[in-house]
Design a binder for this molecule. Structure first.
Ligand code: ZN
Length: 202
């Protein structure tokens, strides 16, 4: 599977000058919502990810995603794994399990995002379900931005990665883009203005 090609074909691999949620600037941005807009493509991607997880031998009772970014990927992954799906959402900035969702003590939870960059939101969702006694057995995403170490890749985790090193992380591929600290960004130096994806209708 050529993940980069699928993102390109669905206009989900953007080029320009972007301000990422980390505050860094990058000439590229992944808009996974554009890929997942087509349920057939979503099904294809997350079925492939489910297969990788099953071949690893991971036993999962429930998939949990941090809203909003992880919802579609997590739901399709849960469907492919044949398990239920729940999500956490931010309430006054704090990742919270709401809507009557429950996890029981000892349940094996897989946290799923669309893209894992540092894994901050995924880890916040994990900490929330752990409060109920659930066990985090893995993390998953369609793609890894190259900061964390995924199962099957030679890339080592960078210091920015927040995912625990003793829990497996599954993704279909690594997507590595150049990123710059805002004050060292060459695109800013050329006078262009970084756009925060989503803030101007994109
Ligand atoms: Zn910049």
């Amino acid at each position: 599977m050529n993940l980069k090609k699928i993102y390109e074909e669905n206009n989900a691999l953007l080029t320009g000058h972007f301000k990422l949620s980390s505050g860094k600037h990058s000439p590229n941005y992944l808009q996974s919502a554009r890929v997942l807009e087509n349920p057939k493509v979503a099904q294809e991607l997350l079925s492939a990810l489910a297969k990788q997880i099953q071949e690893y031998g991971l036993k999962v009772d429930v998939v949990c995603s941090p809203a909003i970014g992880g919802l579609l990927a997590g739901y399709e992954l849960a469907r492919a794994l044949g398990v239920r799906f729940i999500f956490t959402e931010r309430v006054n900035g704090v990742m919270t399990l709401r809507r009557g969702f429950e996890v029981r003590e000892g349940e094996r939870v897989l946290i799923c995002e669309d893209i894992i960059t540092t894994g901050k939101s995924a880890l916040e969702a994990a900490k929330e379900v752990e409060k109920f006694g659930a066990k985090i057995v893995g993390f998953a995403a369609i793609a890894n931005r190259g900061l964390c170490k995924r199962v099957g890749s030679d890339l080592e985790a960078k210091s920015e990665c927040k995912l625990p090193s003793d829990v497996p992380f599954f993704a279909l591929d690594d997507f590595i883009f150049e990123t710059y600290e805002a004050d060292k960004c060459p695109m800013c130096k050329e006078g262009s203005q970084a756009i925060k994806p989503g803030s101007r209708g994109n």
